[in-house]
Design a protein around this ligand. Structure first.
Ligand code: ARG
Length: 453
């Protein structure tokens, strides 16, 4: 029995229609759906659309159904068209025809928008807390690796010497912005659409403000058509999840590179790696590869949720039933990735080799700049020195004071000391730069952030 059979329908739904239109992906919103119904029934009682007796009967039964749902005892039937129909069916089983009063002044259109908002409000909080935990892992790692020096890379070529902690904290700042994005999106999720009805409100004296307040939602819709037709809050959520996955995917790629025999910067614990069925020596970082792969599926989700809304006429159209699968998929993948990659990272063992001497080249050029030589000229000069050393099969470390001044009179003997990667790194004192002093400042800021979270 559907919520719409009888009435104008003389025949029941065809088997093929049923199989095609029924949705089960919304079952995870069961508790939210009941929470919404409890708020709605309470409001109906307050405005006098239900007598006090009717209101308590409905609310008591809904409370019992919520208990069933929370204890995973709620049984769905094949005849339930969606989660809303299932709850109304169960309510009917419990209290009979009076259950039919619950849908007074309400439509599944405002109901489903509400359920998704309640679900995402909670999910956003969960993802924020997971992202905070991930930042904590990065901060702890940054502290643990101390003053280990690595090359930074641009174009995947060694660039400048930086603390490994600086590289790790670059991700901490990215994830902090992801948190801010989720929290900002949360403001637009935190709006009640309940009371918008099918699309144009109701002639009954329902009160949207009351149900919003009961639900603890921050505000109420301004336009009933917008309330039931809009899904920008859902696409924004998918965008937040996608951007976080893109950050995770970049970190995963770095970790994969670092774990190769060629880099040899990191070893992952046995419990977070997998073996090869063929090659006995292999220890694979499948978690990182899967995070990288799964990030691609979120890019797909983002396209899907955008395409779903393109050209959709006002207001609610059944197309919107597809939004939930997309949002849930994106959210589940992000939740799983944060957990798995966080575990792999927190148990990783870092042992980075020293960077090549070349990473001090820019710092050497900057020493010349301090002596008044135009940067372009200094760049050319150091480049020439590098070329000569490369031709001799040598590097900065092989240079003597005589050689550097002989190479060009604009160098002084002391410049030899500056081509040490660690020294050059520590001389780099610019704001947020790659020095231990900057790492110390960043750690204080991130620790403050974590303490306030
Ligand atoms: N299952 C539907 C969805 O997810 C619920 C709303 C149905 N509304 C309707 N008028 N058929 O969008």
């Amino acid at each position: 029995m559907t919520l719409w059979s009888g009435g104008r329908f003389e025949e029941g739904p065809a088997e093929s229609l049923w199989r095609f239109t029924v949705d089960t992906s919304d079952r995870r919103m069961l508790v939210d759906d009941i929470t919404g119904s409890i708020a709605h029934a309470t409001m109906l009682g307050r405005v006098g659309l239900l007598t006090p007796d009717e209101a308590s009967l409905l609310l008591e039964a809904l409370g019992a159904i919520k208990d069933e749902a929370e204890a995973s005892r709620f049984v769905f039937l094949d005849t339930d068209e969606d989660v809303h129909s299932a709850v109304e069916r169960r309510l009917g089983e419990a209290i009979g025809d009076i259950a039919g009063k619950l849908h007074t002044g309400r439509s599944r259109n405002d109901q489903v928008a509400l359920d998704l908002r309640l679900y995402l409000k909670r999910s956003a909080r969960d993802r924020i807390s997971q992202l905070t935990g991930f930042i904590r892992v990065l901060v702890e790692l940054a502290e643990a690796v101390g003053d280990t020096v690595v090359p930074s890379y641009t174009h995947l070529q060694q660039a400048q010497a930086v603390p490994l902690a600086h590289h790790l904290l670059a991700y901490a700042w990215m994830f902090k912005r992801d948190i801010e994005r989720f929290s900002d999106a949360g403001k637009r999720i935190d709006v009640s659409p309940l009371g918008a009805g099918a699309s144009g409100g109701s002639s009954l004296p329902i009160d949207a403000g009351t149900s919003a307040e009961i639900l603890g939602l921050a505000s109420v819709f301004d336009n009933s058509m917008d309330a039931v037709g809009a899904r920008d809050f859902a696409s924004e959520y998918v965008w937040c999840a996608t951007q976080s996955m893109l950050h995770l995917s970049r970190l995963a790629e770095d970790l994969l590179l670092w774990s190769t025999s060629e880099f040899g910067w990191v070893t992952f614990s046995d419990s977070f790696t997998t073996g090869s069925s063929a090659m006995p020596h292999k220890k694979n970082a499948d978690i990182a590869e899967l995070v990288r792969g799964k990030a691609a599926t979120l890019v797909g989700d983002l396209t899907s949720i955008a395409a779903l809304q393109k050209g959709l006429p006002m207001t609610y159209n059944r197309d919107l039933q597809e939004d939930k699968r997309i949002v849930f998929h994106a959210d589940d993948v992000l939740a799983g990735s944060l957990e798995a990659l966080g575990g792999m990272l927190s148990t990783a063992d870092f042992h980075t080799p020293d960077p090549s001497d070349w990473v001090a080249a820019l710092d050497l050029a900057e020493i010349l700049v301090l002596r008044g030589i135009p940067f372009r000229e200094a760049h050319h000069l150091v480049g020439g020195l590098v070329a000569e050393l490369v031709a001799r099969g040598e590097s900065f470390a092989d240079l003597t004071a005589d050689q550097i001044t002989e190479f060009d009179a604009r160098f002084v003997a002391d410049d030899i000391a500056s081509v040490d990667p660690v020294r050059s790194m520590e001389d780099r004192v610019t704001h947020g730069g790659g020095s231990m002093a900057s790492v110390a400042v960043q750690l204080v800021a991130l620790e403050d952030f974590l303490a306030d979270s």
